[in-house]
Design a protein around this ligand. Structure first.
Ligand SMILES: [Zn+2]
Length: 291
């Protein structure tokens, strides 16, 4: 048994070491199980401690946002079932962006369900090639994952509807060509709460913002993304990673009875402003000629 445990530990270490090339530092929180919970209306959290996955329940079936890593799929299944839903009822699969920590499990989810895969145009070739056409990580074998066929190509402002629920896909590119910020409205009492699931406004280590031959318009794309994010009305602030919106800090408040713990318009504004500042600083650094 001890040997089995050691093997498992080694496997986890090897996996995180591989994933390290995608993000600056491997984060064990990616695969740490997290309790599934009801956010608002028909929206639920089914991700891990740091990989944000979201379930939307409708009378016509379920929508899943983010399949995460292949190793995440059993965790997502457990979360979906703990809420009383069935994974097989997922009809539509969406992603935040085409990086392995949000989409490597898509082929498996599609295999286990009858889900149709809807992806923003800029990310389609990346998910269909299993990461091979990614502008930054395409050459790294450690970032490959099972390719998944896209059933519907999305464009900025497109809506996705199922059973009376409507989500809007906002193109917020830069982090990937097709990074998508999802919005939907959830009823609360006599009003609607604006939900924003941020795709990623982050500049990864090694990203070339100036003179990028593979992705020449990357800096302009980030700017376009920030302009969109700044204008989105937000009550409930969510994102592709729990760390964007302080999941680990907010969840205990929710558990203690504060069902509004994720309503955080000020936190959303502050996060976007902070990320924009970080982008501008990096752009400035890369634009300054070295002596
Ligand atoms: Zn990413």
């Amino acid at each position: 048994m001890k040997t089995q445990k050691s093997i498992l530990r080694f496997a986890l270490f090897a996996f995180l070491a591989c994933a390290a090339s995608l993000v600056a530092q491997p984060d064990p929180a990616w695969l740490t199980p997290f309790p599934a919970f009801h956010i608002a209306g028909n929206l639920y959290y089914v991700g891990s401690e740091d990989l944000g996955s979201y379930l939307i329940s409708t009378p016509s079936g379920l929508i899943l946002i983010n399949s995460d890593f292949e190793a995440s799929v059993p965790l997502i299944r457990k979360s979906v079932e703990s809420l009383g839903f069935h994974l097989s009822d997922i009809k539509i699969l969406l992603i935040s962006h085409a990086h392995s920590d949000h989409c490597a499990g898509s082929a498996q989810i599609i295999h286990l369900t009858s889900a149709k895969y809807y992806v923003m145009a800029g990310d389609v070739s990346v998910v269909e090639s299993g990461g091979r056409t990614d502008f930054q990580y395409g050459a790294q074998k450690s970032n490959r994952y099972p390719p998944a066929h896209v059933d519907r190509v999305l464009h900025d402002g497109d809506t996705v509807s199922l059973g009376g629920t409507v989500l809007t896909a906002h193109l917020t590119p830069g982090h990937t060509r097709g990074t998508t910020t999802w919005t939907l409205d959830e009823p609360q009492g006599s009003r609607f709460l604006h939900v924003v699931i941020v795709g990623s406004p982050n500049v990864n280590p090694g990203y070339k913002l100036v003179g990028n031959k593979v992705y020449p318009q990357i800096a302009a794309d980030y700017k376009r993304g920030f302009a969109v994010l700044e204008k989105l009305p937000c009550d409930i602030f969510l994102g592709a990673h729990g760390s964007y919106f302080d999941l680990v800090e907010k969840y205990p408040r929710w558990k203690d009875g504060d069902k509004n713990a994720f309503i955080d318009p000020a936190g959303y504004k502050a996060y976007i402003a902070d990320r924009e500042q970080a982008f501008e600083k990096e752009l400035q650094r890369q634009s300054t000629p070295r002596r």
